[in-house]
Design a protein around this ligand. Structure first.
Ligand SMILES: Nc1ncnc2c1ncn2[C@@H]1O[C@H](COP(=O)(O)OP(=O)(O)O)[C@@H](O)[C@H]1O
Ligand SMILES: [Mg+2]
Length: 283
């Protein structure tokens, strides 16, 4: 991993975020402590199904944190809480020290603009070409002139290797290109926090590696707090500064990447080895 990783590690020695008692208000009282996002005692149920059951995790500012967990365990639900699309039943989410749900509607809307989100399928508009897809957030959220928008979009498309695809529609490009277009779009508003929901799903190992390299490169270039949800051990190894494992609505492991890779923790071992024998079972 790049040098930046170890320097981040030194700047913010990892403290197990699940350690000790936490309660709503802690984050506000203590400031952000180098954490872009603090998730405190987060509970969320849908009907009688308890998805998040007292989740505590802090996301280190300017680092890449990977979230692992079996499917259906609440990873996407967590991301939706972070960006303020879902409201907690209990607990809180603090973004740069502000509890999202104690903000006014307008403030919350401004807060959301500090996030970029890369959804699983890129979530591109089928009716627009790639250029317009990437320009969309700027046209919707800013008063920028078309000439400025053109410059930004052209730069971001070049960075993700899509200069030649600007006039193509999403259905004319490959899955890997769609992800990169989604990535370019997630970057145009210069987000402080970038969320990737299984960016490697549906990609072959080579495309996955290329996308991971791009994530690392873009992070080095633009900085920011990246949260990557994935199932893939190679993705984890390539992009992470920190690793968290989610299971049954709680964080069951958290640590710096090198530590996770060497960990004897049964959850981590099973997840990283893809073993069917271990604490992670079918539910
Ligand atoms: N809006 C919703 N309404 C009802 N159930 C939901 C909703 N969103 C998620 N769920 C349920 O919550 C659980 C966790 O979902 P999700 O976070 O998408 O899992 P994953 O870890 O695979 O991303 C799943 O059982 C899912 O069906
Ligand atoms: Mg999901």
């Amino acid at each position: 991993m790049p040098d930046a990783v170890s320097s981040v590690g030194e700047a913010y020695p990892a403290v197990p975020p699940d350690a000790g008692e936490r309660s709503p208000g802690d984050g506000v009282a203590t400031g952000t402590n180098g954490h872009a996002v603090e998730v405190i005692d987060l509970h969320k149920s849908f009907g009688s199904f308890d998805v998040l059951r007292g989740l505590n995790i802090d996301f280190v500012d300017n680092a890449v944190t990977t979230i692992l967990g079996p499917s259906g365990t609440g990873k996407s639900v967590l991301l939706k809480h972070m960006v303020g699309l879902l409201e907690p039943d209990r607990g809180e989410v603090n973004v740069f020290g502000n509890n999202i749900w104690s903000l006014s509607e307008n403030e919350r809307s401004d807060m959301r603009k500090r996030f970029g989100v890369l959804f699983q399928d890129g979530a591109l508009f089928g009716s627009m070409d790639i250029f317009d897809n990437v320009a969309f957030p700027l046209r919707k959220n800013t008063e920028m002139r078309e000439s400025e928008i053109r410059e930004i979009v052209t730069n971001r498309l070049a960075e993700v290797g899509l200069s030649g695809a600007a006039t193509k529609r999403p259905n004319e490009i490959s899955g890997g290109m769609k992800k990169r277009a989604g990535f370019a779009r997630a970057l145009v508003m210069r987000p402080d926090i970038l969320l990737f929901d299984e960016p490697d799903s549906g990609l072959d190992p080579v495309r996955t590696s290329l996308l991971c390299d791009l994530i690392v490169e873009m992070h080095r270039e633009h900085r920011g707090t990246y949260v990557v949800v994935t199932h893939d051990i190679n993705t984890t190894r390539r992009v992470s500064d920190y690793v968290g494992v989610l299971w049954q609505g709680r964080l069951v492991y958290y640590g710096p990447m090198e530590e996770a890779m060497a960990s004897e923790d049964p959850f981590v071992r099973q997840f990283l080895s893809g073993d069917s024998v271990g604490p992670l079972g079918m539910e």
